[in-house]
Design a protein around this ligand. Sequence first.
Ligand code: HEC
Ligand code: HEC
Ligand code: HEC
Ligand code: HEC
Length: 254
Amino acid sequence: MNHFREILIAAAIIALAPAVGWAAPGAAGGIEGTPHDFSASGGGVGLCTFCHTPHRAISTQLLWNHKLSTASFSWDATETTAGTAYPTFTGDTYKGPTAKCLSCHDGSVAVGDIAWWNEGAPVAPLDNTQHLWPDAFNIGARNGTLGNMSGNHPVAMPIPYGNAANTYNGVTTGAGATLSEWVANPASVNIRLFNDTGGGNIKAGAVATRTGIECSSCHDPHNKASEDDLFLRGHLAGNTGGAGGYICLKCHNK
Ligand code: HEC
Ligand code: HEC
Ligand code: HEC
Ligand code: HEC
């Protein structure tokens, strides 16, 4: 059996994981044993080298090994209530980490479709049953149209960091935002913020006036900073914000 086929089987087993009682990530235990551990199913691929590869990566940024979606992502609303424009971005060009998550979680690319492992270049396309589609873990599944983010919380968007309007991914916080109803620095309560350096690059960390959020502001794909299941950087239940608190109140001061 070649390695590529083993990867396919690994992906298929992982797709079945919830049904067979796969370990839930829980809080901060690391990636091993979570649904993002593609080594645990006997496929042979390593813990890290499914998503990242030291050589022949698809993108230097994050040394990304998983085929990127070519979908153009957008929402069915043009603006939030605050008047902030919902962004449009393309899976294989947007530099924010959200594009990396959507390389699996938009369902268009097979989970096993990686570029390089064990001196081999696996061949695409793979079997359709291994796509996160139309599974619950495909976050666009409610709408069923590729690239349709409607009904999903904004990402690749500015946040009113420092209780001020910010510009990120070409979008500026709308004039209707009630700036006092935001946690000034969510990074202080375990939220991961990003800054847009201009020129299309996105870096981790908050910088006044150019801070934004990505999928990984709320989820840690490595399960190191998680406080709850689903890789969440806060709790799914509760009514208090702050460190160790309810996820929504870590950014929204409502
Ligand atoms: C399921 C895919 C996946 C797996 C498996 C994975 N990573 Fe990542 N990794 C990501 C994503 C997505 C990011 C972007 C992180 C973010 O946005 O917070 C990332 C970011 C990183 C970074 C950049 C710095 C940082 O902390 O953000 C490093 C270094 C890294 N990963 C190392 C590893 C190592 C080492 C392993 C194995 C123990 C691993 N990753 C396993 C998806 C993965
Ligand atoms: C290499 C493909 C891949 C990448 C990249 C990836 N995921 Fe996943 N993710 C999966 C698979 C497969 C599952 C398990 C799906 C299932 O069990 O049906 C999963 C599960 C999850 C879950 C549910 C975890 C649980 O406890 O059940 C969350 C949340 C999640 N991913 C978020 C993310 C985020 C956020 C990113 C980017 C920072 C990301 N994923 C990147 C493949 C990926
Ligand atoms: C504002 C915070 C936030 C952002 C941003 C966010 N998520 Fe989530 N995500 C959550 C919460 C909270 C849940 C749990 C929802 C529930 O079950 O009540 C969740 C659940 C999930 C799940 C589990 C399946 C499901 O549909 O409930 C996946 C997979 C997932 N998110 C992936 C992503 C990806 C990929 C992105 C970026 C495109 C993303 N998330 C952005 C907060 C967020
Ligand atoms: C990482 C920070 C962060 C977290 C955590 C977060 N949000 Fe948001 N939320 C934002 C940002 C940024 C916006 C866009 C603000 C704007 O309109 O400029 C937003 C917008 C919204 C909106 C307005 C959408 C519209 O069209 O007007 C709602 C509702 C919302 N979030 C609910 C939630 C809920 C519910 C949770 C918890 C599951 C949550 N948020 C967690 C940052 C966050």
